[in-house]
Design a protein. Structure first.
Length: 364
């Protein structure tokens, strides 16, 4: 069985670090933790689990810190986690099974990363990340922030998910400040840097600046999945800036990038719903429901079922077809039976007919 070195970087993570380490501990053979200047009890917690506890200066560069932790590993494979990530029990079982199969012929193992959840804790937003890497190959991190692994070799997709469990309640401007410093220093931005810089500007409510940076990214030869996301964020910016024609143009430009993505189709459905063109909106919601899940880039799982079903419900209701509207609400409920929207719609359709055949989703 292959050995795995867990490599982490931390700073002031006393509230979540032990939760992370206990969740993954049975699956790893070595733990390397690089602390970048904690002022709380992070180092004391790390010392209980780490085989190597490093203290490295923080230089506003996540890639440099991660590379430092990688450099001290001795296992056949490298694995990385953030302090607010966990391996749930069912995924730990899968990870242990995966570990038994590692024999040095697998180079890069891609694992799902769940980062957003519905009201019942089911993942609704995920992506695949290069999570486990064969140490003998030249893998390294690059990028001051939103760092990415430059990997080599063959990819293997597995199903042992990593779950992000942040306890933070407000979005930090830390990443934006790092990008602004990079800009002030005159350092070149890669296409990926521009994409994430634009997103950080959006999240920090600098919508006009975000629009400029995202458009600059789209002039580069960036990853297709990032281009689709950039057009979606452009549409968000134009919506807030009250520029509806540009919002629509951004969404339609995303359709030029190959197979339509369900998220873009749902945004087009929302656009036309807001303009009370329910037939047009319905077309896009129905299109979203027919699409296969695209595993490249960010995967908004709700866009492939719950959201277009709910949107179709609204459209059919506004078009006067309450029976079909109720049926699509039932479909939405199959995806998220505890969602407030689905439950509220149940009450609404019940009010239209005192004796509904709810099992069939038929209301009058």
């Amino acid at each position: 069985m292959a050995t795995i070195s867990l490599c982490m970087i931390v700073k002031d993570e006393e509230a979540v670090l032990e939760r992370c380490l206990t969740s993954v501990f049975p699956a790893v053979d070595e733990i390397i933790i690089a602390d970048t200047g904690s002022q709380d009890h992070t180092r004391e917690i790390a010392a209980k689990y780490a085989h190597k506890l490093l203290e490295i200066p923080w230089e506003n560069n996540f890639a440099a810190a991660r590379n430092a932790s990688f450099s001290k590993a001795t296992g056949e494979y490298l694995m990385w986690l953030d302090a607010d990530d966990v391996i749930l029990p069912e995924d730990l079982t899968k990870l242990l099974q995966l570990k038994e199969k590692l024999n040095g012929t697998q180079d890069v193992i891609m694992l799902p990363y769940h980062t957003a959840f519905d009201e019942a804790g089911r993942p609704v937003f995920t992506c695949y990340r290069e999570r486990i890497l064969r140490r003998s190959l030249p893998h390294y991190w690059e990028g001051r922030v939103h760092e990415v692994i430059v990997h080599a070799g063959r990819l293997l997709y597995a199903d042992a998910a990593v779950t992000h469990r942040s306890i933070k309640t407000a979005y930090s401007d830390r990443n934006l400040r790092i990008y602004e410093k990079q800009k002030a220093l005159g350092e070149a931005f890669t296409p990926r840097d521009l994409f994430y810089y634009g997103r950080e500007l959006y999240y920090n409510k600098r919508y006009a600046d975000a629009e400029k940076v995202l458009n600059a990214f789209l002039q580069k030869n960036g990853w297709i999945a990032d281009q689709v996301e950039a057009y979606k964020f452009l549409a968000y910016c134009y919506e807030i800036l009250q520029m509806p024609e540009k919002r629509l143009d951004a969404l339609l430009h995303a359709l030029r990038l190959g197979m339509p993505r369900a998220g873009i189709c749902c945004e087009l459905g929302r656009f036309w719903t807001e303009r009370e063109d329910y037939a047009a909106a319905l077309f896009w919601y129905q299109t979203a429901m027919k699409l296969p899940v695209d595993t490249q880039g960010f995967i908004a799982l709700d866009a492939y079922g719950f959201l277009p079903a709910l949107g179709s419900c609204v459209c059919y209701d506004r078009l006067g077809d309450h029976e079909k509207a109720a049926q699509y609400n039932q479909i939405a409920g199959q995806y998220r039976p505890d969602s407030p929207e689905y439950l509220q719609n149940l009450e609404y359709f019940s009010s239209l007919c005192p004796n509904p055949r709810a099992a069939d989703g038929i209301y009058c």
